[in-house]
Design a protein around this ligand. Structure first.
Ligand code: CS2
Length: 488
């Protein structure tokens, strides 16, 4: 059978109406997005698409891949930026085609067109999904890490940057008359302020007056972003292409649920996101902390315990009663009490909704995907609430089990001996620390507590934390399933 023709803008008039949001008028580019991965395409891009469909505005997106990933650029460009979003729920799937991406660039190939775009005053927002490690932060100070090799490169060659702080500062230099708003959409605590600190500290190393100007003149609203978006599989390509009648090599699978809460500080204007269901608020903190700890914290817990137990996907894990009970108890007894500053949130309803979302049998969200980059994820997701429990003198056995499971996971083998890869910017040091340690819970805990990028001095030296980790590691030696049973 000859494959269906490729999805491009020529196909649009032939697509059935239910695949497209109604009321569309092709926008010019008003947003540059750094990190055009699946998450952005199923989340912020879709909200922006619907806001433009509802209220107009030139908010087309120029998507940038920073990973020298010309394959992704070329595949999206061959489809004129079009791609399908495949929502997979209990009652089947729903496919829509997004048209909001108008241009795709890849660094370092496209440096000149990217900086031309960023210098264009019609670009009023630069948004980011570059994952936690993309900010090149020194975790202890929150400033940019000057020892990071890519940052050292950018500081030496500020006109040919490859890092996020480097790109933003070089671009803002060209926009001092009319700066864009920087919108971080990654899972960092206080993500707007965290981004501002990284960018301003990078600028300070080059030119202190530039750093002062950034702090005074550039808006960095914080956001809480939420949608579970797995990596694309061949099956996703097949279902998208079957629904469209055109070949789509770049579809994005996702759950039906989505939420976006954004601080409403956009001096240069913004899309009418509220028309697409975005909550525009003054202070995002309560939403952001609840999401990071309740969702991302338990996601990581499920991921590391499942990697050890040999369970492949989140729905399979949560389908096991002891795991569901453990996660339920962890949210109720250990995490929710750290979120008491969020009176408007019904944390029990939030917990129950999360357990439902995890159980989605159609998503096949792989634990290995969530387990990546633990050194970046553990601090905001698990160590934040642990520090608060410690300060309040309250116990945290399940949070400790989660961190201990990560430590044991770093040995690179499941409980049945099956090997897997550790993907983390600190992988070499972490696996060395995990494997060089004598095979005792004490040695493993001490080896990893010594990694300062993950455990700041104050936590690393805390006896109560060390004891809780050693206790959890001892139980994990009998197998993750045993530990789950014992903690549920
Ligand atoms: C996940 C997140 O991979 C991970 O670390 O915890 O990507 C999670 O699916 C999203 O934050 C959900 O909004």
């Amino acid at each position: 059978m000859t494959p269906a023709p490729r999805l491009t803008r020529h196909a649009l008039p032939k697509l059935t109406a239910h695949l497209l949001s109604p009321g569309w008028r092709e926008p010019d580019i008003g947003i540059v997005h750094l990190g055009i991965g699946n998450f952005h395409r199923a989340h912020q891009a879709l909200y922006t698409e619907q806001a433009v469909a509802a209220a107009g505005g030139d908010w087309g997106i120029c998507g940038v891949t920073l990973k020298a990933d010309t394959g992704k650029r070329d595949a999206l460009a061959a489809q004129h930026g079009l791609y399908s979003i495949v929502e997979r729920g209990r009652d089947g799937e729903r496919v829509t085609v997004a048209r909001i991406v108008r241009e795709v660039l890849a660094l370092p190939d496209d440096r000149a067109p990217l900086f031309e775009r960023l210098a264009d005053p019609r670009v009023r927002i630069v948004s980011l999904t570059v994952t936690e490690k993309g900010y090149c932060r020194d975790p202890e100070t929150g400033d940019v890490d000057p020892g990071h090799p890519d940052i050292a490169h950018d500081l030496a060659h500020p006109d040919a940057p490859s890092t996020v702080p480097g790109i933003l500062v070089a671009a803002l230099r060209r926009r001092m008359a009319d700066p864009f708003t920087v919108l971080c959409c990654d899972n960092l605590a206080h993500n707007g302020a965290a981004t501002r600190q990284v960018v301003a500290s990078y600028a300070r190393a080059l030119d202190p007056s530039m750093a002062d100007w950034i702090v005074e003149n550039v808006a960095f609203p914080s956001t809480m972003v939420d949608r579970i978006v797995p990596a694309t599989t061949e099956a996703d390509r097949e279902s998208a292409s079957a629904a469209l009648g055109y070949t789509d090599l770049m579809p994005v699978p996702c759950e039906p649920f989505r939420q976006w809460v954004v601080e409403d500080r956009f001096p240069g204007g913004r899309p009418a996101w509220e028309k697409a269901g975005v909550q525009m608020v003054e202070d995002v903190t309560p939403f952001e902390l609840a999401k990071l700890r309740m969702l991302n914290g338990t996601h990581s817990t499920i991921a590391y315990l499942s990697m050890l137990a040999g369970i492949e996907t989140v729905d399979a894990a949560i389908g096991e009663k002891p795991i569901r009970q453990l996660i339920h108890a962890m949210m109720t007894e250990e995490i929710a009490p750290t979120l008491s500053g969020a009176p408007s949130l019904d944390l029990h309803a939030y917990r129950d909704a999360l357990l439902q979302r995890y159980a989605n049998p159609a998503l096949k969200h792989r634990c290995a995907q969530i387990a990546m980059d633990g050194s970046q994820k553990i601090p905001p997701r698990l160590l934040g609430p642990i520090a608060e429990r410690l300060a309040a003198g309250q116990p945290f056995p399940r949070l400790a089990l989660a961190v201990a499971a990560w430590m044991r996971f770093l040995r690179g083998r499941a409980d049945d001996g099956a090997p897997y890869e550790i993907s983390d910017p600190l992988a070499a040091r972490l696996t060395h620390a995990a494997l060089a340690a004598a095979d005792t819970p004490e040695a493993l805990a001490d080896g990893l507590l010594g990694i300062r990028e993950v455990f700041p001095e104050a936590l690393a030296g805390n006896r109560v934390l060390r004891d809780a980790l050693v206790r959890a590691l001892s139980v994990l030696r009998e197998g993750a399933r045993h530990a789950i049973q014992a903690s549920a």
